[in-house]
Ligand binder design. Structure first.
Ligand code: MD3
Ligand code: FE
Length: 205
């Protein structure tokens, strides 16, 4: 797990590998994600409570995470009935390098943060078995990432996630509350129109 050539920061059990992906690797991943979005468009979902999320989401793999008035879930089909596209090879390579496990992920969620988008504090617990790690890749604009504990109202710490950073959520860190308070829109030139992409890999089913 981890890498000799990147800074590793530990935040309430969450490992952040700063600078894990170099610029060419980031550019290749953006290309792969553009192709992915051609087959699974970014959608703005509604929460079970009927609010629109500010983050737009796409996905790949056997199971894609979706939400609507009937609940949060992993679904084998897109809202339009199509299968999700395959997880890009370069994304799987990041999982192999950082996850520390031999299982292959079956779910790749792609979040897009435009100007003003954020994600409230939550736990990731829609997966069938939460013993498996989550690997997260940040691309584009800087994001203020907040990490709490496994309790909903525990103390929190914050760190700016930058383009090319990889976060590994395993063990203690897997069930912590976390969220994105805001992005610094336009802080990176990786995406020509600004914004931030976050790719999360999971064993969901
Ligand atoms: C800590 N995404 O997709 S990435 C999510 O930047 C999500 O889009 C955020 O939270 C984003 O569920 C945060 C870092 C991250 C991802 C998954 C985690 C942190 C996590 C799972 C458990 C604990
Ligand atoms: Fe999450």
């Amino acid at each position: 797990m981890g890498d000799l050539f990147s800074d590793k920061l530990e935040l309430n059990g969450v490992a952040v590998c700063a600078g894990a992906l170099d610029r060419p690797a980031q550019e290749q991943m953006v290309k792969d994600l553009r192709l992915l979005a051609g087959n699974a468009p970014f959608r703005q979902y509604q929460t079970p409570g009927g609010r629109k999320m500010s983050v737009r989401m796409s996905a790949a793999g056997a199971l894609g995470w979706v939400t609507d008035r009937s609940g949060y879930r992993y679904d084998p089909h897109q809202p339009d009935g199509r299968d999700w596209p395959e997880i890009p090879e370069g994304v799987l390579a990041v999982w192999r390098r950082f996850s520390g496990v031999n299982r292959i992920p079956d779910s790749c969620l792609v979040n897009f943060y435009g100007k003003g988008a954020k994600m409230g504090m939550h736990q990731d617990r829609d997966e069938a078995d939460t013993k498996w790690p989550v690997v997260s890749i940040s691309l584009g604009d800087d994001a203020l990432f907040r990490v709490g504990s496994a309790e909903p109202r525990g103390p929190t710490k914050s760190v700016w996630l930058k383009s090319g950073d990889v976060a590994v959520l395993s063990g203690e860190g897997r069930m912590v509350y976390h969220g994105i308070d805001r992005i610094r829109f336009g802080s990176s030139d990786l995406l020509p129109d600004g914004g931030r992409l976050n790719v999360t890999l999971r064993v969901a089913g």
